[in-house]
Design a protein around this ligand. Sequence first.
Ligand SMILES: Cc1ncc(COP(=O)(O)O)c(C=O)c1O
Length: 388
Amino acid sequence: MNNDNIKSEKWKIPLYKIYTDDEDLQLISKVISRGTQWALGPEVEEFEKEISSYVNSDYCVTFNSGTSALHSTYLSYGLGNSDEILIPSFSFITTANSVLFVNAKPIFCDIEESTLGLDYNLLEEKITPKTKAIVPMDYGGLPCNILKIKEIAEKNNLLLIEDAAEALGSSVNGHKIGSISDSSIFSFCGNKVLTTGEGGAVTTNSKSIFEKLKQIRSHGRTDSKNYFENPNESTYLDVGYNWRMSSITAALGISQLKKLDKLVSLRQKNAKSIINKISKFDLKIITPPLGYDHIYQMFSIRLKNQQIRDKLHSFLIEKRIFSKVYFPPIHLNSFYMEKFNTKKGQLPITEFVSEQILTVPIYPNMTNEEINYLSDSISEFFDFYEEI
Ligand SMILES: Cc1ncc(COP(=O)(O)O)c(C=O)c1O
């Protein structure tokens, strides 16, 4: 479907809006006005400690994106050389691309309808002697069935690396996402619940992975002192990258993290209002299973079929409400089809859900007028859609 003629400034309701306040400005300004340590400043470690304490992990390493966080994690565990990594196809492209960055092989697995995360019942049939890791993803802030997936990983002696890019703040049975898997990665890019514009992080309980991640993030160096304040030579142990987060970004992260619980409850309140208004229509609401805390990084609905979904998508865009399909299956992306000979029909639930799903706007300071305009537009669609 092509809605290219629509200009973004025309949106009456964007897909997301960032929540910011004076504290964000103050903390960033403090770093800027001190005129030094814009890189490797104390804010970076402070932000990492705050994230660890928030999710209840022993360690955290920040990155300049969720993608570099995931890439680094694969490198830290030494994954590569045709190792097979089980991933969902119902995800953002990075989940699969990062597997290719290290020359490993993505093995696409199907999802379950309840959480839209990997179906733990279908994982064991994909495990071969080459399988090294399972990488589940938490869709739009709703945790996948991570406790069951963890059982499968442990039983088969596989690494569990969680792509929790969309899920900082969510939890299962009181366990925060970021504390359950061997390592979990987060993204802080513009559309996330905690955003710093761009940014990412890995949480883990492994000291050796923590050390490796820091080394890879910073040119392969093992600095015990701040590089920019140390007149002596550094030791470079391996190839490395510059994937560090800046001090200004980390300051913003500290400030956003203080607000995270408030941002989540505002999103949950707005999701509840939208659900109350639209659940009477012929669509499916994605409802978190008991014990799952959904942070609504995205608010997605499912329509009866692709035709209705596409019509609603166009209708909302005409109404200047930003909506989008998250996600088209990765295994049906032309590049992956050519490279891995993946085919339609291979992952029935993923394909079926991708045909039905539509993500509509949600953000913390959504007004009642915006919520009403969204729900009234959906109502109008169902009153008239057969003629559209
Ligand atoms: C599921 C998933 N994984 C990974 C990423 C990559 O994060 P980033 O955009 O910060 O590189 C994203 C974010 O966009 C994501 O949604």
